[in-house]
Design a protein around this ligand. Structure first.
Ligand SMILES: Cc1cc2nc3c(=O)[nH]c(=O)nc-3n(C[C@H](O)[C@H](O)[C@H](O)COP(=O)(O)O)c2cc1C
Length: 262
């Protein structure tokens, strides 16, 4: 099976998932490449058909042991029928629980056939002391290798019939989190530049009042916190801050990436 094009589909509010997806796509080494960045709200109103000869890279971060709650939108207008895919989740050195299994099942439901997968350790965007500097050069080398091995596996096959990639995870999945919460806003620091609102992947911030966040929409992805030029957005809820400190103390030992092949 000849791969003509690698199509990289990713959601990456803070950029680490994008780095991993990029490295996997590089490793595939196809003559053509298309990146479909599904991070911003508007990007998910458009899509592309994938064709025989394509190999997809599908990458998302782990939130509370699950995928971010936007999978319907993530795959909206992406047309795939029997397209091979390399799957990746990034996680902040705690655990990825059932997220990779969920990604496998979501990918199958949307017409992809998983042929390789990886769970990659990446800087924890909430518990900032965890996994600092990751993915580093070794992680990205592993991601390139994942892409290269997937391409080599496909080169040796005429058909994808009957393939079932085993990954870690349990079903029913861990419940994740449904709390209606969001970052706090210090209006004395806010210049009303609108960057947080424009950068929010789910449009959870009121454009007329950046302190008003729709907690039911907010994923707590922290993109607004990291994109605010004046530091006006922050995690402010004491119970969450306490939990993050505990997490930083308990999960400091660096974890290895986990790779799955057929
Ligand atoms: C709401 C939320 C929940 C998270 N849950 C987990 C988790 O369950 N396990 C873990 O190890 N990391 C967790 N993380 C850390 C992210 O998976 C990690 O920082 C990821 O690399 C972010 O990807 P990005 O840089 O592409 O945005 C969580 C982060 C957020 C924002």
């Amino acid at each position: 099976m000849k791969i003509n094009r690698v199509v990289s589909l990713f959601f990456s509010p803070n950029g680490t998932t994008r780095q991993v997806a990029d490295a996997i796509a590089q490793g595939v080494g196809a003559p053509e490449r298309l990146d479909l960045d599904r991070t911003l709200f508007d990007s998910r109103w458009a899509g592309e058909p994938l064709w025989p000869g394509d190999l997809a890279v599908i990458a998302l971060p782990v939130y509370y042991g699950r995928l971010p709650k936007l999978m319907v939108e993530f795959f909206r207008y992406i047309k795939a029928e029997g397209i091979p895919a390399v799957l990746a989740v990034t996680y902040g050195n705690r655990d990825y629980d059932d997220a990779l299994l969920e990604l496998k099942n979501e990918s199958l439901d949307h017409g992809f056939i998983p042929v390789a997968a990886g769970a990659f350790v990446a800087h924890h965007c909430m518990a900032g002391k965890l996994a600092q500097g990751r993915p580093g050069p070794d992680d990205l080398a592993q991601a390139r290798e994942l892409g290269a091995k997937a391409a080599a596996l496909l080169a040796g096959r005429d058909s994808l019939d009957g393939l079932d990639l085993a990954v870690k995870g349990n079903f029913p999945y861990t419940p994740g989190s449904d709390l209606p919460v969001g970052p706090g806003t210090d209006l004395s620091k806010c210049t009303r530049c609108g960057l947080c609102q424009k950068n929010c992947p789910v449009q959870a911030i009121n454009p007329l009042n950046p302190a008003e966040i729709d907690g039911w929409r907010c994923l707590f992805c922290t993109r607004c916190i990291h994109s605010c030029p004046t530091g006006a957005k922050a995690i402010t809820m004491p119970p969450m801050l306490e939990k993050l400190t505990i997490l930083e103390n308990m999960m400091a030992a660096p974890k290895e990436n986990e790779l799955f092949y057929l």
